[in-house]
Design a protein around this ligand. Structure first.
Ligand code: SAM
Length: 385
């Protein structure tokens, strides 16, 4: 939740606790004041780890010579002012609009995701697939090459990346490896860095950290004209969040080197997530995810781009029995993550909640020995260079 604390709007001293920069690149947001005579540019969002709130720390204010026309940044800087109070209401409104576009995990979503990982067996299922599939793939990708470059997009805390990179090194011990990581969550990137620091098998890998969303990375690569190419690119459980599915796949596929592979792991078509999110699209697709994508949408897109691919099913189920006990904290937390809410019980009407729970039990799960197991099969799609 974006909010103001500590009373001062501009400057990095807002709030009672140290702030962490969220976005590497400035976020710009344009808005008019009530009289349509001023434009505001907000940039740099900071996140307070202790209060789990985000703050604007720089606000550029400009009186536009012509209402509706954007001034040059240099003009704006001249008017960087403390005269922000009259605009604070308006600014908060703007920030709320900006918040909806934030897809990378910060604050409560980091804890919610961590909780989900501990209860879903998802990483274990993905790693089983990786161990079956990747050694052979790595051998094919590496044929005739003296080094390998890997790109992880939306890598989160890097638990899966670390294991895949370890697997790559044990498959091809003599081949030097670099790993570029594109992840917009500063908190999860810090977790990933800490994991690298304590993992002996990763010490020889040269990491390059891009703490930004995939879209900003793409823009940066295009602006620099510096197309570093990669042998293996992976996007694990993150394709739901990108602005444009087709252009994203096209872009990352274009970064593949000879014999390279782009691996996309996504919820399986017709699995539990697909049914839940498509049935309750109106209620659920309102935040970071505006259009739910399962392997069906990804494969349709890959086909429409004329790309060569293969698909591997990753079977997984997890126990959601607690979700049907309204007084269970763990059940509530699972429901929070599965519906991308902070508070499942406060976010929907009783009718919608009942409909979701009914669907979860009767259409998305199977029952065994009195327990309810949610179908969370995944699909691993390997796209060729
Ligand atoms: C479900 S998590 C998956 C993390 C990791 N790949 C895993 O499987 O553990 C989704 C990740 O995508 C990141 N993310 C969301 N939107 C993104 C974007 N536009 N560009 C890059 N990463 C993004 C989130 O911050 C989060 O780390």
């Amino acid at each position: 939740m974006f909010g103001l604390e500590g009373g001062v709007l501009a400057g990095v001293t807002i709030g009672p606790s140290p702030l962490l920069k969220i976005n590497q690149s400035p976020k710009r947001y344009m808005s008019m004041d009530r009289n349509n005579t001023a434009q505001l540019q907000l940039f740099e969002f900071w996140h307070s780890q202790s209060s789990s709130k985000s703050y604007i720390t720089k606000v550029h204010l400009s009186r536009a010579s012509q209402p509706g026309k954007r001034d040059l940044l240099s003009d704006w800087r001249q008017e960087e002012q403390s005269a922000l109070c009259p605009y604070s209401l308006h600014i908060q409104g703007s920030v709320m609009a900006e918040e909806a576009k934030q897809t990378c995990y910060e604050g409560s979503s980091v804890q919610s995701f961590q909780f989900y990982l501990e209860h879903s067996g998802e990483h274990e299922a993905i790693l089983k697939c990786a161990h079956n599939l990747l050694p052979g793939e790595f051998q094919r990708i590496a044929a005739g090459k003296s080094s390998l470059d890997v790109l992880g997009v939306g890598s989160g805390g890097g638990e899966v990346d670390a294991q895949m990179l370890t697997l790559l090194q044990s498959t091809l011990p003599a081949v030097p490896v670099t790993a570029d990581i594109v992840e917009g969550s500063a908190a999860l990137t810090d977790n990933f860095k800490a994991l690298v620091a304590k993992t002996a098998t990763l010490q020889k890998i040269q990491f390059v950290w891009h703490v930004m969303g995939s879209e900003d990375y793409e823009k940066q690569v295009r602006a620099k004209g510096d197309m570093k190419k990669f042998d293996f690119i992976h996007m694990i459980q993150m394709i739901y969040y990108v602005d444009n599915l087709s252009s994203t796949i096209k872009f990352y596929q274009s970064l593949l080197k000879n014999n390279g592979k782009l691996m996309i792991i996504v919820e399986a078509a017709d699995g539990g997530w697909d049914k839940l999110w498509k049935t309750f699209k109106k209620e659920l697709c309102t935040g970071a995810i505006t259009e739910y994508r399962s392997s069906a949408e990804v494969i349709a897109c890959v086909k429409s781009l004329g790309l060569k691919y293969e698909e591997h099913v990753i079977s997984n189920t997890f126990d959601i029995t607690e979700c049907f006990n309204p007084s269970s904290t763990n059940g509530g937390r699972l429901l929070n993550f599965m519906t991308a809410q902070d508070h499942f019980y406060q976010s929907f009407t009783p009718e919608i909640r009942a409909g979701m729970l009914d669907l979860l039990r009767n259409k998305c799960s199977t029952e065994k020995d009195g327990r309810v197991f949610f179908n969370s099969n995944l699909s691993c799609i390997l796209i060729h260079a």
